[in-house]
Design a protein around this ligand. Structure first.
Ligand SMILES: Nc1ncnc2c1ncn2[C@@H]1O[C@H](COP(=O)(O)OP(=O)(O)O)[C@@H](O)[C@H]1O
Ligand SMILES: [Mg+2]
Length: 224
């Protein structure tokens, strides 16, 4: 059984003046232990697909199954807290919290006691390849690459095994791009996570196990 199965999913943004069909009958699936890249031009529907996978919104039509269960009938707050983590291009760290506090945050949400949360957070920060001195730093004191690694450490701390990344290296240089891609690959291959990487970089996408390409809201075949 696939971890995530997307079946004939359409999604439209509807405003008073227009209706934009962002996804048109998209079908695809995502298995555990693999890194998936989703590529496509700007506006092709990548972020919309990712936000549906994250349970932030529901398809207008079609169904998304998580471990065989319809996401629309699941407790989506619990899904986002326990299973799915999202990493964004602009990191989305809490500016008034240190690196350590940022990473402890999802653990506190789950009610993990302070000392244990601290221990696990430090573990995740180390896994993300960050030095200990980062623990007490605030986001604005860090480089972009460090901030993104803290964001990934926070996603690891959440312990969801579905990791969704939307252009996570969009603001980073090649060296940091490599580091982030390496971390995502590790999550898939060593931890067995289901990892989805949205990127417009074909070079980055080539590191993935599977490449999906979107065009005008449709999922196309991508031949390497
Ligand atoms: N909040 C929104 N309201 C209206 N239209 C949107 C919104 N977000 C995205 N769109 C439109 O939906 C389409 C797909 O967008 P998006 O999923 O962000 O694409 P991508 O991430 O591939 O650039 C685009 O035409 C975009 O303009
Ligand atoms: Mg996007």
């Amino acid at each position: 059984m696939e971890r995530i199965k997307v079946e004939d999913v359409s999604y439209s943004y509807i405003s008073k003046y227009q209706k934009i069909d962002a996804l048109r009958q998209v079908s695809c699936s995502f298995d555990e232990g693999k890194l998936y890249a989703v590529i496509g031009e700007s506006g092709s529907g990548k972020s919309t697909l990712l936000s549906l996978l994250a349970g932030l919104d529901l398809p207008s039509e079609g169904t998304i199954y998580i471990d065989g269960e319809d996401l629309a009938s699941m407790d989506r707050d619990a899904y986002r807290r326990d299973k799915a983590s999202v990493v964004y291009q602009s990191f989305h760290l809490f500016p008034l919290l240190t690196a350590l506090e940022n990473v402890m945050y999802p653990l506190e949400l789950k009610g993990v006691p302070g000392r244990e949360a601290r221990r696990r957070a430090m573990d995740c920060i180390a896994q993300a390849g960050l030095p200990e001195k980062i623990l007490r730093q605030y986001p604005k004191m860090m480089s972009g690459g460090e901030q993104q690694r803290v964001a990934i450490a926070r996603a690891l701390a959440a312990e969801g095994d579905i990791l969704l990344a939307d252009e996570p290296t969009g603001n980073l240089d090649t060296e940091n791009e490599e580091i982030i891609a390496g971390l995502l690959l590790e999550c898939a291959h060593e931890k067995g996570y289901t990892v989805v990487l949205v990127t417009h970089s074909l070079e980055l996408a080539r590191k993935a196990d599977v490449i999906y390409r979107m065009k005008d809201g449709r999922m196309m075949r991508y031949d390497r």
